[in-house]
Write a protein that binds this ligand. Structure first.
Ligand code: EPZ
Length: 428
């Protein structure tokens, strides 16, 4: 089991460089199957989820090389040798289901085990299947597998998403690049990672307009070509460092970001009394930490609303605020599992259905959070425990950091360079 040992109470100073976005890299790897040519993907983050996505691509027939030093992945899928993805592979991450759209596009057939992922909610795939059905594919669910068949090939369709699902928008967009005719996705997700995927597909020769809005139009093409593409910076990794500095205090510069993508986080941090200065490709965060943070209310929403992937990190920050904050999670039904572990550190958080009521440190005699052993239950919840541990008095051991390593590359190393007392080690 991998563990972070953290001695809290130290402010963060200096600068940190952000990697490419996990949630753009994963659909882009799946979309690379749409061409037989070579694709070169730059700014590729070094993450467990990326490794597992490439493992599945390799199972399907892709050849890939990873240049870790330069964060480049070369991927080439000259032929598909496997259109069936078993549970052992698919269960490694939810994004495995994005290969469904790619395989439907390329050879009209896929059999894939139901996706895995963080236990933050039911995470159904009904909207993905709705889109595939409307485009002419038959879906059969049996024994934990979904088999999709489009013997006549895919055709354009108008798909209304009952919820602006990120994954369903991506899967349908990928499949539609090969459908005969035009596909329109209504009530589409508008996250920056959707735009990045659309930009990548257009670089490959796809005809897509409207990505980043609630209506995306895709005109199918016979063949897509290889390309060279740099993945967009990870707005959630960046936001995690911003929330950490807000919680423990200090002055950090977060580099290699797109400040526009950080806007919801920047604006809420400013509401909380934390200074955020924006540059062209960096943000600077200055905070007095505990006792100088103002309580705020947060409601997670689809982009450009406040990102659900920053909900846990902000809860950890707001345990240091002067007063009570309300955090409402509207996207996933089970995304407060980490709260119990925060309360073991001394936080006072009550859950009321989808709202966390976070008591702050308004009473001076209120103790600091106090270090102890805690367990990560999912990726972003784990990041929240790290932020709380940085604010706590004494030593905290965060266990199961494998969850964290799915979405953060060398989080401990980067925090250590900012002055945190944190080491990562493996306990057998
Ligand atoms: C993507 O997950 C991200 N993962 C998640 O990030 C992120 O939290 C989420 O989008 C929302 O922004 C990747 O991109 C790999 P959804 P996804 O489909 O696509 C419901 C992280 O921490 N829904 O937008 O699975 C679903 O139940 C991860 O990096 C349906 O009802 O999210 C949920 O309530 C966690 N039917 C809501 O939509 C469907 O067919 C949002 O899910 C699909 C989804």
């Amino acid at each position: 089991m991998n563990i972070y040992k953290i001695n809290g109470g130290r402010t963060l100073r200096g600068s940190v460089e952000i990697d490419g976005a996990k949630n753009a890299a994963l659909p882009i790897i799946a979309a690379s199957l749409l061409t037989k040519d070579v694709c070169l993907l730059g700014n590729m983050p070094k993450l467990k989820d990326v490794d597992n996505m490439l493992l599945i691509a390799g199972h399907i027939g892709s050849n890939f090389d990873c240049d870790i030093t330069n964060s480049i992945v070369r991927i080439e899928t000259s032929k598909i040798i496997n259109s069936e993805i078993g549970y052992n592979l698919a269960a490694k991450l939810r994004a495995s289901f994005l290969f469904a759209g790619a395989l439907l596009a390329v050879n009209g057939y896929v059999k894939i085990a139901m996706p895995g992922g963080c236990d933050i909610g039911l995470r159904p795939i009904d909207l993905h299947l709705k889109g595939f059905n409307l485009m002419g594919a038959e879906a059969v669910k049996d024994g934990g597998f979904v088999t999709l068949n489009a013997p006549m090939g895919l055709h354009g369709a108008e798909v209304y998403l009952d919820f602006p699902s990120v994954g369903a928008t991506e899967n349908i967009m990928i499949a539609a690049t090969a459908a005969a005719g035009k596909t329109t996705i209504k009530n589409a997700a508008a996250e920056p990672e959707i735009v990045d995927l659309a930009n990548y597909l257009c670089e490959m020769g796809a005809d897509i307009v409207g990505a980043g809005s609630d209506t995306i139009e895709i005109k199918g093409k016979k063949q897509l070509r290889g390309t060279i593409y740099n993945i967009v910076p990870d707005r959630i990794e960046a936001g995690t460092f911003m929330a950490a500095a807000g919680a423990v205090g200090g002055d950090i510069t977060v580099k290699k970001v797109n400040p526009v993508h950080l806007e919801p986080v920047t604006l809420k941090l400013r509401e909380a009394g934390i200074t955020v200065e924006e540059g062209s490709d960096f943000v600077r965060v200055i905070s007095g930490g505990r006792g100088s943070v103002r309580p705020i209310d947060i409601r997670t929403l689809p982009y450009p609303g406040f990102p659900t992937d920053m909900q846990a990190q902000m809860t950890a920050l707001l345990t240091q605020a002067n007063g009570t904050s309300l955090i409402t999670e509207t996207i996933f039904e089970n995304r407060f599992q980490y709260v119990g572990e925060l309360n073991r550190l001394g936080a006072v958080i009550k859950l009321n259905e989808r709202t966390a009521v976070v008591s702050g440190v308004e009473k001076k005699e209120k103790p600091f959070l106090t270090g102890t052993a805690v367990e990560a239950t999912d990726l972003r919840g784990g990041a929240a425990l790290v932020i709380a541990a940085l604010s706590a008095k004494g030593e905290t051991r965060v266990c199961n950091t494998e969850f964290i390593e799915r979405g953060y590359s060398d989080l401990a190393g980067k925090l250590s360079l900012l002055g945190a007392d944190i080491i990562s080690y493996r306990e057998c």
